[in-house]
Design a protein around this ligand. Structure first.
Ligand code: NAG
Ligand code: NAG
Ligand code: NAG
Length: 810
């Protein structure tokens, strides 16, 4: 059903762009009238409604000889024939003398025949009243000079779906009145600016469907009157800056189904009068800042059906004061629209965003569109949490402050297909209609989430080529994004200084090295040094764009491996990893990936876990690691001689090299272990290399509690009262504990679990991974009531070292 819809939509759009569809509604047209003449056999002669190219209505004497397998012109044709229809016959030549006896012949339809030479139709004498000539779907291969000079007042010429591969520079000479020219779907490989010199009045030009890979600069300069240009399906990869120069009157432009990888912003700036723009079905990956700016007449913009579109960046559309309709639909990878993507779109009424991979539409977008009437968001994996609060029924009356009149107005934005606009997250709201979820039901927290569709799991790049990885995440508060390279280098907007004096996060790295890295030099480079322009600067090879895109030029085979994107805000983090394979120039393709990945996993020294600082209730641990191991975990356990204690585990975010363990008991021995994750590469590497990675453990004792300072001087009476109170309290406690013993322990477990889940603080969620032995000592119901074997607990840690397991699976 979808292709059909898409097709319809395309047709509809083209309709708009071409400017003229079937004029009027069929039902409202006057019916055909009888025409009493001697009609050629098997043909139908009637007076029929007819509209001139400039939409003037005529009652046209029409001879209809369509679909009759004719090989010759049927005779005699009535002399006052206005329209002659010869569609779908077998004509390859024409008795032009017969046509010249028709002084009022205005519309001649010869489409779907077998004409291969245009001269057989237009030779010798002129057809002085012909306005419209249909020659679609014939076998024309070339148009010679002055091919149509016998048609002095022709206004419409239809030549689409032929085999045209050669059009002489002067082919259209004499067509001074031509308004519409269709030469789409032929075999033209170039566009010759000389063709158009003879067409000063041309308004509509359809050139699409020709294998033209590049348009010439100033190719359309002569078309001063052109209003609509359709360049769909041409294989255009880019557009020269001056390709559209001179199209001063152009109102609608279609680039449907080309290979454009960027919005042709420069070229578009030459057509300031543009009202309708169709960029559907191109290979554009990003709509970038400033791509559509100051197009002051633009009314409708289509950015649909783009397989590769992942993100609409900040200020991508800015100052489009006439824009009323924006369509960004059916883009399977589009998962991110920046909260400030649309600026100064004061007249936007209709925002179509259905059938993308959007998880939310930021409220800021809604608030920035003061005239919005309707929005379509169905068929998106919508997240019904704080990012989507505005969409909930109760919150649907968005409030706008009019700064000039100082009034508040409420308005309701209409959802298109509300019954198909469903939540897909969180699990408890799945498949509910967004409009029927109340804002109370939507959670207030907004963890970062990197949509699955934005990053593939594997990306291949040629050695020496450019690697671009896009990572985007939505959350509230706005998350910070950083990348971790295979060597453990953390590439973020602002490197964290939380743990001053810690060793360098990653070894220095020369882009030309292809066999692992030199660890002896690594520890001598501090992060601050590395950011400087020292000869050994691991950061300068990379470029991190503000929205989370990582760019690398001249990629070497040594840089293959696992790259991890981390999105983090005060509430938590989400990570997504992508394996980059570098296809070496020399080696055979087959060996490429495996060999490259081996290069970075083998023979690396494993991390050394160290205790950097110990307090009464915390300890800071650090480790050095020359790799990106996304599933690294840290576990710890208090060690007492007599009792058994639970082991706590936390996931460590990729790129993190230290961790503040908090909520520890004072004066207690702890054992902490670092479990290095299995990297993607290691899966391909040999068993031996996997086994060499061992868990690292250290033990320490937390500091003693200082002796309490005597601070209260109590009177004897008060002391005795205090003792009485204490005794009372003890008795109460004893009673209470007996009462609790009779409670079903299942309840206790449940309570325990919810209690832990409900704690909300900008802190880490620590997973209590119970070991086999722990389970023997823990009541079973905790396991069952908390689901799986994990229990969530809260521990203080600085956000930069926090890892967490959310309901999502990385
Ligand atoms: C051609 O059309 C004109 C105007 O409608 C009409 O007066 C004239 O008779 C027509 N000629 C013929 C040959 O029918
Ligand atoms: C590592 O670097 C040091 C100092 O830059 C150098 O002396 C040593 O030869 C290097 N080792 C390797 C294996 O490249
Ligand atoms: C580690 O956590 C403790 C307890 O919350 C805190 O007092 C200490 O300052 C933290 N250390 C660092 C370096 O963040």
């Amino acid at each position: 059903m979808r292709p059909a819809l898409v097709f319809l939509q395309t047709q509809c759009l083209l309709c708009v762009f071409v400017g003229v569809c079937v004029p009027g509604v069929v039902g409202s047209l006057p019916h055909a009238l009888p025409w009493h003449v001697s009609c050629p056999s098997r043909c139908v002669c009637q007076i029929k409604p007819w509209f001139s190219p400039d939409s003037v209505y005529h009652e046209a004497p029409t001879v209809d000889c369509n679909d009759l397998l004719l090989t010759k012109l049927p005779l005699p044709i009535p002399t006052n024939t206005h329209t002659l229809r010869l569609q779908s016959n077998l004509l390859s030549e024409l008795d032009t003398a017969a046509l010249h006896r028709l002084p009022n012949l205005t519309d001649l339809d010869l489409s779907q025949n077998r004409f291969s030479h245009v001269r057989t139709i237009t030779q010798s004498r002129s057809l002085p009243s012909l306005l419209s000539l249909h020659l679609e779907e014939n076998q024309l291969g070339r148009l010679p000079d002055a091919a149509f000079s016998s048609l002095p007042i022709l206004q419409e010429l239809f030549l689409s779906h032929n085999n045209l591969h050669l059009i002489a520079p002067g082919a259209f000479t004499g067509l001074n009145s031509l308004l519409r020219l269709h030469i789409n779907n032929n075999r033209l490989t170039t566009v010759d600016p000389r063709w158009f010199r003879a067409l000063p009045r041309l308004e509509v030009l359809m050139l699409g469907g020709n294998p033209v890979e590049a348009l010439p600069e100033r190719g359309f300069l002569a078309l001063k009157s052109l209003r609509s240009l359709v360049l769909g399906g041409m294989g255009l990869r880019s557009l020269a800056e001056k390709a559209l120069e001179g199209l001063e009157g152009l109102e609608s432009l279609s680039f449907y189904d080309n290979l454009l990888t960027k919005v042709p912003t420069q070229a578009l700036s030459r057509v300031p009068g543009l009202k309708f723009l169709d960029l559907n079905k191109n290979r554009i990956k990003l709509i970038e800042t400033g791509d559509f700016r100051d197009m002051i007449h633009l009314k409708e913009l289509g950015l649909n059906n783009m397989e590769e579109l992942v993100s609409i960046e900040k200020a991508a559309l800015e100052n489009l004061p006439e824009l009323t309709k924006l369509e960004i639909t059916n883009n399977p990878r589009l998962s991110y629209i920046h909260p400030q993507a649309f600026l100064q779109l004061s007249r936007l009424e209709s925002l179509m965003l259905n059938s993308n991979s959007l998880s939310a539409l930021h409220q800021h977008i809604m608030l920035s569109l003061p005239n919005l009437q309707e929005v379509s968001l169905h068929s998106n994996p919508l997240r019904c949490d704080c990012l989507f609060h505005w969409a909930a029924e109760e919150a649907s009356h968005l409030h706008f402050e009019d700064t000039q009149t100082d009034t508040r107005t409420a308005r309701k934005v209409r959802f298109i297909q509300p019954q198909a606009t469903l939540c897909s997250e969180p699990p408890e709201l799945r498949a509910r209609r967004v409009r029927e979820v109340s804002s109370r039901e939507m959670s207030a927290s907004c963890l970062p989430m990197i949509p699955t569709s934005s990053l593939p799991s594997y990306v291949g790049v040629r050695e020496g080529g450019k690697l671009i990885l896009h990572c985007r995440a939505l959350a509230d508060p706005q998350p910070e994004l950083y990348w971790v390279t295979p060597t453990g280098l953390k590439l973020g907007p602002a490197p964290s200084h939380a743990f001053e004096g810690l060793p360098a996060p990653a070894p220095c790295h020369s882009p030309t090295a292809s066999e692992g890295f030199n660890h002896t030099s690594a520890s001598s480079v501090s992060p601050s040094q590395a950011r400087d322009n020292t000869p050994c600067n691991p950061y300068k090879h990379y470029r991190l764009l503000p929205e989370g895109t990582l760019e690398m030029n001249k990629v070497t085979t040594g840089e293959a491996g696992l790259y991890t994107c981390v999105a983090e805000n005060a509430l938590g983090a989400d990570t997504r990893s992508v394996t980059v394979g570098v296809h070496s120039r020399e080696k055979k393709r087959k060996r490429g990936v495996a060999a490259d990945i081996k290069g970075y996993t083998l023979f690396r020294k494993d991390a050394t876990l160290e205790v950097r600082e110990v307090g009464q209730h915390y300890a800071i641990l650090s480790w050095q690691n020359g790799r990106n191991l996304p599933s690294t975990r840290l576990s710890w356990q208090a060690i007492y001689s007599n009792t058994h204690t639970p082991t706590y585990t936390t996931r460590i975010l990729a790129g993190t090299q230290s961790f503040n363990l908090t909520h520890l008991q004072a004066e207690t021995f702890y054992r902490v272990c670092l479990h290095l994750g299995i990297s993607e590469g290691a899966k391909h590497a040999s068993r031996r290399s996997r086994e060499t990675r061992k868990t690292q453990c250290v033990s320490f004792k937390t500091n003693d509690v200082p002796d309490p300072q005597p601070s209260l001087q109590l009177s004897p009476e008060l002391t005795s009262t205090a003792i009485t109170l204490l005794l009372l309290a003890l008795i109460l406690l004893l009673l209470a504990s007996q009462g609790w013993d009779t409670e079903p322990s299942k309840e206790a477990g449940k309570h325990d679990c919810t209690h832990h889940r409900e704690i909300k603080s900008p802190k880490a969620l620590i997973i209590n991974q119970m070991t086999e032995r722990n389970n023997e000592h823990q009541p079973k119901q905790i396991r069952s009531s908390c689901g799986e074997t994990d229990r969530l607990e809260v521990s203080t840690a600085t956000p930069s070292s926090v890892a967490m397991e959310t309901t999502r699976k990385a």
